[in-house]
Write a protein that binds this ligand. Sequence first.
Ligand code: BG6
Length: 493
Amino acid sequence: MVARKLDPDGRVYVTNFISDRLLLFGATGDLSRRMLLPSLCALDVEGLLDPKIEIIGTARSELDDQGFRNLARQSLEQFLPVDRRGGMATFLNRLSYQALDANRIEGFQALADKVGTPQEGLSIFLSTAPSLFEPTIHGLGQSGLAGSNVRIGLEKPLGIDLASSRVINDAVATAFPEPRIYRIDHYLGKETVQNLLALRFANLMFEPLWNAAHIDHVQITVAETVGLEGRVAFYDDAGALRDMVQNHMLQLLALVAMEPPVSYDATNVRDEKVKVLRSLRKVRVGETVTGQYRAGAIGGQAVPGYDDELGKDSDTETFVAIKAHIDNWRWQGVPFYLRTGKRLPRRTTEIVVQFRSVPHSIFTGRGAKMVPNRLVIGIQPSENITLSLMAKVPGLDREGIGLRSIPLAITMPDAFAGPQRRIAYERLLLDLIEGDQTLFVRRDEVEAQWDWIDAIRAGWEEQQLEPRTYTAGSWGPSAAIALAERDGVTWHE
Ligand code: BG6
């Protein structure tokens, strides 16, 4: 049963239809080849896609259906593990292709003809250059591909600042109401990121302690070993702050810091996240450190510096550390230390929740040293949860009581050996096809994120801040260590 509702502008939109057509813009691009086609194939092989679904790819390249299927087959062979490609032939048969130059409006009619008339609905996934967003939306609107049974997924980057993101969002809003817009932040598709909600809201023991009275600080690290990966032009215009903090890291922060939502649905979860994002205090320049890597070595392999990879000098940051504050009741006085960078010693995404000391130690007179509890949530590549607890060292205590911090550790793949480990896009594509917005980013969230980021950039520009250099394979400039050490905090490594 398909429900029809009105959006705030009085336009009808259809909810809860399962799309039987999927239209991929940027279908021959890197994201499509590495993530989207493999995710869709994996879902199909497991019988999770509507058996009727047809997938239409479009991009500028002049390919026919068979050419696109060949490209898809090569991508699957390269990027999907062999045990997940069992029914690949059936999947490939679902694919067709229509070449399109999105700047030429006349091409859209042929695209609409190729898509045909879906029985229930159409989902569109846009992963194109930002400059093509507006003409694409216009073309979709003109050719009847933005009807009430069409939803649209938008891949980042959606702008480079608040103003440009508004232009894009306004353009999209001319053809699609917000309930049919699915802004992707692929971190939300990661199982361990969703597990943050389970950890916080499916357990009684954390929530009473999850506040300024009991938490000293929080650290969020997203470290990468890769460098530019051939994305020279894009990355040099973006930098780490826009590429990673504006979206993924702020979403992680919001999930850690938000109030308990009324229920696990798109409105309630996003209402709580946006409140956190709006509570972020404007950061002072002294609370940020930027860096750019120079030649070094990672895992014993020599790697070039950023300027060598780029072929010119640049003042783009490949590393950023920020001391953030959330100005609300729960988090007053609790710093959130964020850091992300390319060419760091190892790939790791983790969240560290550092609890305060016990208010009074009964063991002091017996010589025991106390270490405050700490919760470490490993998001990737290790998926684990480690709570450090104080325990007594076995013994007769003739020379005082020995206490030691020991880990209570859960390794997620061991705890859940059965379920398939999935690509984040599997979850997001399925949610797009089926119409669940919970793990997609709402416009007000994006705008609150940009607002905060823009103020940081403005501060850098005003002070003419240049990134400090760091050696590839190190944890960034030493000033990033000092940023935390000044407060008596050591980055978790
Ligand atoms: C992307 C960034 O959004 O996320 C890349 O543009 C980054 O620069 C990537 O490498 C990291 O994603 P993941 O899933 O590998 O942590």
